[in-house]
Design a protein around this ligand. Structure first.
Ligand code: SF4
Length: 651
C-alpha cells in the first residue's frame, strides 16, 4: 500500500485504497507522504483520529524517518476564542444566566493568557456552556480582515500556522467547511497543497453532501439577533428600535421551530408544506428579517460589526427566500392543493439548485427538507449527488495534485464502483489490502436458525433469546448493535429482563446513558459488560482484548427509505431506470455492516463471535452478497459450537 501511495503521489493521480483492519494503513500513507516532500493535507472522519494522528502517529513517523517536517493540527473555528465577539458580549450584561456570565469572564481571562486560544485548553468552562457560543465566531459572523483583532486573532493564527506547515491534519467537516468553501483568510490552503489524503473515506459522500448543500437554521437567525443586540449596544446605543427588532426576529425564529410538533427528526417537503403554521411562521421570519435589515442598514457605517450584521441579515433573507420559493415551485412532486396526500405518501420535493453560482448543477437535482432538532430547525437543500461538485473541487487551484482515499470499508465484494461513482472519481486506481488477521481461526460468524422475519413483532424477543447463550458463555463482554434507536431501547429492556431471570449479573449499558467515550471507558474497565447501542457505536470504536468477545447485530443495516434525502435518491435512480436497491441501498448497507462487524477483531490476538440475527442474510439473494463482503469468518448455525468457541481459551 505504501508503494501504491508513493506512486499516486509521484504521478499526482487518484488512489482508492481499501485497507482491512490491522494493515497499518496510517503508516502506509504517512511514510510515503513525508518522504515525497511537498505540502500534504490529511483529513480524517473523526476528531479522535485527528488527535491521534497529530499527537502520536505523525511525530512517530517523522522521528523514524529523521525528517524536519513541520506539522499542524487545524480545528474548526468554533474551537478558538474570537476576541471580537468575546469583547462585544462581555459588554452585554443581559446575555445569558449568571453562570454563563461567569463562564464568559473565565474565557476572557483565558484569552489573555493563552497562546493558542484553543478552548480544549480551558477545562474550567464546560464544553456545553452557552458562553462558548458568545466567545467564538462563525463563518458568517467573522469580520475577517476588517476586524480590529485580525492581527492577534486566534483563528487566523491557527490558519497561518497551517499554511506554513508541510503536513496539515484536518477532519472531513473542516475540509469541506473551510478548505473547499474557502472560509475567510484561508483560500490558499487547498491550492497550495500537493496531495490530499482522506482516511475513513467511506464517510466522505455523506459529509460532502452536507457541505455542498445549503442550510438556513433558526440557530443562525437567533445568533444574528444576539450579535445585533451586542453590536447595537457597542455602536448604536441611541437607537432603541434596533435591539427591539432583533428581539422580534429572535421570537419569530423560535416560533418557526415551535410550528413543528416533532421533538427531533427529518421532514420531507411534502410534510412541511402540509403544515399551515410552518408556512406562515416562515413568512413571518422573512418579514422580520426584512425589517431588521432596513433598520440595520441605517447604521451600517457606524462599526464593522454593524456592517457585518447588515450583510448577514441580507444573506439570510436571500437564502431563506430562495428556499421558500424553490419549495413552493416543486409542484411536480407535491401537487398544489393535495399536500396532505403528498405528505402521507412521504413524497419529497426535488427542485432546481437553490444556490447562486451553482446553476451548472441544474441537471443534478436537489432535495429540500428540514432537520428538526430539540431547540432548532434547519431548512436544507441537499444535492442528490456530490460527484460533479467534488470533481470540480479536485480540479480547482490550477495545478494537479494526488488524491488518496482510504478506509477499511470502501468496496463491496471487491467492487469499488459505488464509492467511485458517489465521489465522481475518474481514472482512479482502486486496490484492496486485506486484513492480516486470521479470521477463520480468530472468529466465528453465528447465524441463529429459526429467526422470524425482521418485521415480525416477535423479532426483538427472538433476537435476545438467540443472543443470551452467547452472552452467558462469554460472561458479558458483548456489544449489541441495533439499526434504530427504537430497536435499541426495546432490545435493552428485553435483555435486562432476560438477564435478571437467568440470574446473570453483568453491567448492562445503554447508548445515551453517558457520552460515548465515557461508556467505552466503563465498558473496558468492567471487563464483563454488555452494551446495547445504535449508530454511534457501529464505527470508530476500538475495544481490543478480552473486554469484547461477542458482537450481535440485530438487522441488516438498510437506511430507512423514508429519509428525505435517501427517498429522493431512490426516486431519481428508479426514474432513470437503474435499480435503486442494488445501486444505492445494498452497497450502503454492505459498508455499514462491514463497519459494525469490524468492531469484533481489533488485533491479532483477539477472538470472538459475531452474531447477525437477520434471516435475510441467508434467505435472500442479496444476503449472499452482503455475506461475501464480510471478513472471511467461519459460519455456523449451531449455538453449541459458538458457545464452545467462546469458552475455549486462545491457542
Ligand atoms: S477576525 Fe474573526 S474570528 Fe478573529 S477576532 Fe475578528 S471576528 Fe473574531
Amino acid at each position: 500500500m505504501a508503494q501504491a501511495v508513493a506512486t499516486a503521489l509521484a504521478q499526482r493521480s487518484v488512489l482508492v485504497a481499501e485497507a482491512g483492519t490491522g494493515t497499518g494503513k496510517t503508516f502506509a500513507y504517512l511514510v510515503p507522504a513525508l518522504l515525497a516532500g511537498g505540502k500534504v493535507i490529511v483529513s480524517t472522519g473523526t476528531r479522535t483520529l485527528q488527535d491521534q494522528l497529530f499527537s502520536r502517529d505523525l511525530p512517530r513517523v517523522r522521528e523514524a524517518l529523521g525528517l524536519p517536517v513541520a506539522i499542524a493540527l487545524l480545528k474548526g473555528r468554533s474551537n478558538y476564542v474570537c476576541r471580537h465577539h468575546l469583547e462585544r458580549n462581555l459588554l452585554e450584561a443581559s446575555l445569558g444566566s449568571p453562570r454563563d456570565a461567569a463562564d464568559l469572564r473565565e474565557i476572557a481571562r483565558f484569552a489573555q493568557r493563552s497562546a493558542s486560544g484553543d478552548r480544549g485548553e480551558l477545562s474550567a468552562v464546560p464544553e456545553q456552556s452557552p458562553a462558548w457560543s458568545l466567545a467564538t465566531s462563525t463563518r458568517e459572523s467573522c469580520l475577517g480582515s476588517e476586524c480590529a483583532h485580525f492581527q492577534d486573532c486566534f483563528v487566523m493564527q491557527a490558519r497561518r500556522e497551517a499554511l506554513a506547515a508541510d503536513v496539515v491534519v484536518v477532519n472531513h467537516h473542516l475540509f469541506f467547511a473551510d478548505v473547499v468553501l474557502r472560509d475567510t483568510g484561508y483560500a490558499e490552503l487547498l491550492p497550495a497543497c500537493d496531495a490530499v489524503i482522506f482516511d475513513e473515506a467511506h464517510a466522505l459522500p455523506e459529509t460532502a453532501s452536507l457541505f455542498f448543500g445549503e442550510t438556513v437554521s433558526t440557530h443562525q437567525l437567533i445568533d444574528l439577533a444576539r450579535d445585533t443586540r451586542a453590536e447595537a449596544l457597542a455602536g448604536a446605543r441611541d437607537d432603541p428600535s434596533l435591539p427591539r427588532a432583533a428581539a422580534v426576529l429572535d421570537r419569530a425564529a423560535r416560533d418557526l421551530r415551535l410550528a413543528l410538533r416533532e421533538d427531533t427528526g427529518r421532514l420531507t417537503l411534502g410534510q412541511l408544506r402540509s403544515r399551515a403554521a410552518f408556512v406562515s411562521a416562515l413568512d413571518a421570519v422573512l418579514v422580520e428579517l426584512d425589517s431588521l435589515g432596513r433598520l440595520l442598514s441605517q447604521h451600517a457605517e457606524r462599526s464593522e460589526g454593524l456592517g457585518r450584521c447588515v450583510e448577514r441579515t441580507e444573506a439570510l433573507h436571500r437564502a431563506l427566500a430562495r428556499w421558500r420559493s424553490r419549495a413552493l415551485r416543486a409542484d411536480a412532486v407535491a401537487p398544489p392543493g393535495r399536500p396532505e396526500a403528498a405528505a402521507a405518501a412521504g413524497t419529497v420535493g426535488v427542485a432546481d439548485p437553490p444556490i447562486a453560482g451553482a446553476d451548472d448543477a441544474s441537471d443534478a437535482g436537489w432535495v429540500l427538507w428540514a432537520e428538526v432538532l430539540a431547540h432548532s430547525v434547519a431548512l436544507q437543500a441537499t444535492p442528490l449527488s456530490v460527484a460533479h461538485v467534488f470533481r470540480e473541487q479536485m480540479a480547482a487551484g490550477g495545478h494537479p495534485r494526488a488524491w488518496v482515499f482510504t478506509s477499511a470499508t470502501l468496496a463491496i465484494d471487491g467492487d469499488f464502483s459505488h464509492f467511485v461513482g458517489a465521489m465522481g472519481l475518474t481514472g482512479a486506481t482502486c486496490a484492496t489490502w486485506p486484513s492480516p488477521y486470521d479470521y477463520p481461526s480468530q472468529s466465528l460468524l453465528y447465524l441463529p436458525p429459526d429467526m422470524p422475519e425482521p418485521a415480525s413483532p416477535e423479532y426483538a424477543r427472538s433476537l435476545v433469546q438467540a443472543a443470551l447463550p452467547l452472552i452467558e458463555a462469554a460472561g458479558g463482554r458483548t456489544f449489541v448493535l441495533c439499526t434504530s434507536l427504537r430497536a435499541m431501547r426495546l432490545v435493552h429492556e428485553l435483555l435486562d429482563q432476560a438477564l435478571r431471570r437467568r440470574g446473570l449479573i453483568v453491567p448492562l449499558m445503554l447508548q445515551g446513558e453517558a457520552s460515548r467515550s465515557e461508556l467505552l471507558r466503563r465498558f473496558r474497565d468492567s471487563g464483563n459488560a454488555v452494551l446495547v447501542a445504535s449508530h454511534s457505536f457501529w464505527e470508530g470504536v476500538d475495544v481490543r482484548g478480552d473486554a469484547l468477545s461477542v458482537v450481535v447485530i440485530d438487522k441488516l443495516p438498510f437506511a430507512p427509505p423514508d429519509d428525505p434525502v435517501l427517498a429522493a435518491r431512490i426516486e431519481q435512480a428508479n426514474r432513470s431506470g437503474a435499480s435503486a436497491f442494488s445501486t444505492i441501498q445494498l452497497p450502503e448497507a454492505a459498508i455499514t455492516l462491514k463497519q459494525g462487524a469490524g468492531r469484533l477483531i481489533r488485533d491479532e490476538t483477539d477472538r470472538g463471535v459475531l452474531m447477525i440475527g437477520d434471516p435475510r442474510l441467508l434467505g435472500r439473494g442479496y444476503g449472499r452478497r452482503l455475506l461475501k463482503s464480510l471478513p472471511p469468518m467461519r459460519v455456523t448455525r449451531e449455538i453449541a459450537e459458538a458457545c464452545t468457541f467462546l469458552r475455549r481459551p486462545a491457542a
